[in-house]
Design a protein around this ligand. Structure first.
Ligand SMILES: Nc1nc2c(ncn2[C@@H]2O[C@H](COP(=O)(O)OP(=O)(O)OP(=O)(O)O)[C@@H](O)[C@H]2O)c(=O)[nH]1
Ligand SMILES: [Mg+2]
Length: 459
C-alpha cells in the first residue's frame, strides 16, 4: 500500500443514525472534496480555510443534490493523519454515505484499508505504536475504566515509560562501551563495575513495575471471563438469569437442559464480567451432551473466575468433587450452595471440613435470594485478585506483556556480574531492541499489518 495516495472511507458505523462521516486523507483530499461540495455562502478567495466547518450540499456529476452536509477541511500537519484531511458530516443513512464515498472514489481516491488512517498517523510520526493500539482499545473497551486506561495510553503514557526505560538502558550500554574501549578503567579483578549492575537492576525493577498493572488493565479492557459450572440441575442457568436480571437461559427441571455455552455481560462495581452458563458436567453416553460438557470444560479452563454451583438439596457426590479438581490455583473461585429453600443434604460440618475458611454463598435462586451477597463476594475476590490499581498502570494488551517479559529475560541474562562485559552488553542490546517494539521504533511490516488489520474501516 502506498502512503502517498489519497484514501477515503466511511468512518461511522453502518445503520441509521443522526450523523455519518466520510473521511478523506491525502494530498488530493481538498481537491476531491471541492469537486463534490458546494458551500451555501458561495466560494470566496480564501476558501477553504483550514479547520473551518462549511455548510452546503454534496452534488453528483449531474449536479443533483445528494445530501446536505457540514464539511471540514483540515490542512496538514495538524490532523489525525498528519495529512490534508476532509471530513464530510452528512445524514447517516447507509445509501447516503455510500453515494458520497462512491463520488470521492470515482474522482480518484482509494478505499482505505482497515486502520489505515491511524497507520498513517503512526507512519507520519504523530503517534507511536502503543498510542495507535490504544485507539483500538478505546473503541473496544468493555468498561468505563477500560476507556480511561486506553485514553491515558493514547496520550502517550506507555510511550513515556518505555522511552524512559530505554534511555536508562542506553546509559548503561554507553558506559560499557567506554569501559571496553578503555579497559584500564575496569576494576583489578576484571569484575563488572558495581555501578553497572546497580543500574541494570534498576531497569529490571522498572520493567516489573510495568508488568504489575497488566492484569488489572486487561481485566477492565477485555472483561473478566467467568464460567458457571456445576452438576446438571444444580441451578447454573438460574444463576446466569439472576445475575443478568433477565430470563436469558432456559431453566428446567430436566437435568441436562443447557447444551451450549451461553454468554452475557454484566457490570459489578465497574468490573466488566463476561459470564458463561455451561452444560452440567456428568458422565454421559449421549454424544451431544458430551460435546456440551467438553465446551463447559473449555470455558472453565479459560475463565479467570469460576462460580461452582452446588445443589445443597442433594448429597455431595463424586461429580461435585470432580468439578472442584478442575479449578487451578491461578483462578479465583466461589462456591455457590444453591437450593437453600429446600431441606439441605450437604451439612455445615461437611462444608467446614471440605472448604475450611473459604466463603460459601448460600442461594435460593428460585426466588433470587443470595444474589447480593454473591455480587459482594465477586467484587471482594476480584479486588484481591487484581490488586488495587490506582493511577499507575499504563500497560495494555498481551502484545506489550509478551515484549516486556522477553525484555526481562535479556536483562536478567545481563545482570550476572561474573560474566565478560561483552555478554552483559549483548543482553542489553537485545533488551533495548525488544522493548522498542512496544512503541514501534523497531517494527516490521508484518507486525504493522497484524496490528492495523484489527481496526475497523474508516479508523
Ligand atoms: N427449589 C429450588 N429450585 C431451584 C433453585 N434454583 C434452581 N431451581 C430449579 O432447579 C431446576 C434446574 O435449574 P437450572 O437453572 O435449569 O439448572 P442447571 O444447572 O442450569 O441445569 P442443566 O442446564 O440441566 O445442567 C429448575 O427446575 C429450577 O427451577 C432453588 O434455589 N431452589
Ligand atoms: Mg442450565
Amino acid at each position: 500500500m502506498s502512503e502517498s495516495d489519497t484514501i477515503a472511507a466511511i468512518s461511522t458505523p453502518s445503520g441509521e443514525g443522526g450523523i455519518g462521516i466520510v473521511r478523506v486523507s491525502g494530498p488530493e483530499s481538498f481537491q476531491l472534496a471541492k469537486r463534490i461540495f458546494v458551500p451555501h455562502k458561495g466560494i470566496k478567495d480564501n476558501y477553504p480555510l483550514s479547520h473551518h466547518l462549511y455548510h452546503g450540499h454534496i452534488r453528483n456529476e449531474q449536479s443533483e443534490i445528494v445530501d446536505e452536509a457540514l464539511v471540514s477541511f483540515m490542512r496538514a500537519p495538524h490532523t489525525y493523519t498528519c495529512e490534508d484531511t476532509v471530513e464530510v458530516n452528512c445524514h447517516s443513512g447507509i445509501f447516503t454515505l455510500r453515494l458520497i464515498l462512491a463520488l470521492i472514489l470515482k474522482l480518484g481516491a482509494r478505499l482505505a484499508e482497515p486502520g489505515e488512517f491511524t497507520k498513517r498517523a503512526f507512519l507520519n510520526g504523530r503517534i507511536d505504536l502503543s498510542q495507535a493500539e490504544s485507539v483500538l482499545k478505546i473503541i473496544r473497551a468493555r468498561s468505563e475504566e477500560g476507556v480511561k486506561i486506553a485514553a491515558r495510553n493514547v496520550m502517550g503514557c506507555l510511550k513515556v515509560e518505555v522511552d524512559n526505560i530505554r534511555s536508562e538502558m542506553l546509559d548503561v550500554m554507553a558506559q560499557i562501551e567506554a569501559l571496553l574501549e578503555y579497559p584500564e578503567d575496569i576494576d583489578q579483578e576484571g569484575s563488572i563495575n558495581l555501578n553497572i549492575m546497580t543500574k541494570i537492576n534498576r531497569v529490571i525493577q522498572m520493567l516489573y513495575q510495568l508488568l504489575q498493572g497488566a492484569e488489572r488493565a486487561s481485566a477492565y479492557q477485555d472483561g473478566i471471563d467467568t464460567a458457571i459450572i456445576g452438576k446438571p440441575n444444580a441451578g447454573k442457568s438460574s444463576l446466569l438469569n439472576a445475575l443478568l436480571r433477565q430470563q436469558r437461559a432456559i431453566v428446567h427441571e430436566i437435568p441436562g437442559t443447557t447444551r451450549d455455552l451461553l454468554e452475557g455481560y454484566l457490570y459489578i462495581e465497574g468490573y466488566p464480567i463476561r459470564i458463561m452458563d455451561t452444560a452440567g458436567i456428568r458422565n454421559t453416553v449421549d454424544p451431544v451432551e458430551q460435546e456440551g460438557i467438553n465446551r463447559s470444560k473449555g470455558a472453565a479452563e479459560r475463565a479467570k473466575l469460576i462460580l461452582v454451583v452446588i445443589d445443597g438439596s442433594t448429597s455431595w457426590s463424586d461429580e461435585d468433587e470432580a468439578l472442584l479438581q478442575m479449578i487451578r490455583d491461578d483462578q479465583a473461585s466461589i462456591i455457590v450452595l444453591n437450593k437453600a429453600d429446600l431441606p439441605q443434604l450437604v451439612s455445615d460440618e461437611f462444608l467446614a471440613n471440605r472448604f475450611g475458611d473459604k466463603k460459601i454463598i448460600r442461594t435460593a435462586l428460585v426466588n433470587n435470594q443470595g444474589i447480593n451477597q454473591l455480587e459482594e463476594e465477586i467484587i471482594r475476590l476480584l479486588d484481591q485478585h487484581l490488586g488495587h490499581g490506582g493511577e499507575n498502570y499504563a500497560m495494555i494488551g498481551l502484545r506489550h506483556e509478551e515484549i516486556v517479559r522477553e525484555t526481562l529475560k535479556s536483562m536478567e541474562r545481563s545482570a550476572v556480574a561474573s560474566q565478560p562485559l561483552e555478554l552483559v552488553s549483548l543482553g542489553l542490546h537485545e533488551a533495548w531492541r525488544k522493548l522498542g517494539e512496544i512503541t514501534g521504533e523497531i517494527a516490521t511490516d508484518e507486525l504493522l499489518d497484524r496490528i492495523f488489520s484489527q481496526f475497523c474501516l474508516g479508523k
